[in-house]
Design a protein around this ligand. Structure first.
Ligand SMILES: [Zn+2]
Ligand SMILES: [Zn+2]
Length: 126
């Protein structure tokens, strides 16, 4: 396995793991534990390449920083206002909504995004 493949594999593995919505800086911090010599530029570049390969998607949330996750079927997100973490909501994308809005407005709808906000389990306990 060459170096690039190893770096990419480490990033993808991280994003496919348990907590999957990471900023580029968080990805860098985590990957460095595995590959100490990796540079921030390399991590950023690899995130772009993985995106182009269709393996990783960038989340467009109402957030100042971009977060990345391993690509999977469309889903909604919950954004904790306490700790800032982002969780997946296991709720299929409502295609009916796109149709309804398209019918009503005449717009051609590509997709819609929905972000739920509030407090996660941990933050509720505080
Ligand atoms: Zn929280
Ligand atoms: Zn997600």
């Amino acid at each position: 396995m060459n170096r690039q493949t190893k770096q990419r594999g480490a990033i993808l593995g991280l994003l496919r793991g348990g907590y999957c919505h990471l900023t580029a800086d968080q990805v860098y911090d985590e990957v460095r534990k595995e590959i100490p010599s990796i540079s921030k530029g390399t991590v950023y570049r690899n995130l772009r390449v993985l995106q182009e390969m269709g393996l990783v998607s960038e989340l467009n949330l109402n957030d100042t920083v971009s977060r990345f996750e391993a690509k999977r079927d469309g889903h909604y997100h919950f954004h904790c206002e306490g700790c800032g973490r982002v969780f997946d909501i296991n709720e299929p994308i409502n295609k009916e909504l796109d149709r309804r809005i398209a019918d009503r407005t005449g717009y051609k709808i590509s997709y819609h995004q929905l972000e739920f906000r509030g407090l996660c389990h941990d933050c509720r306990k505080k």
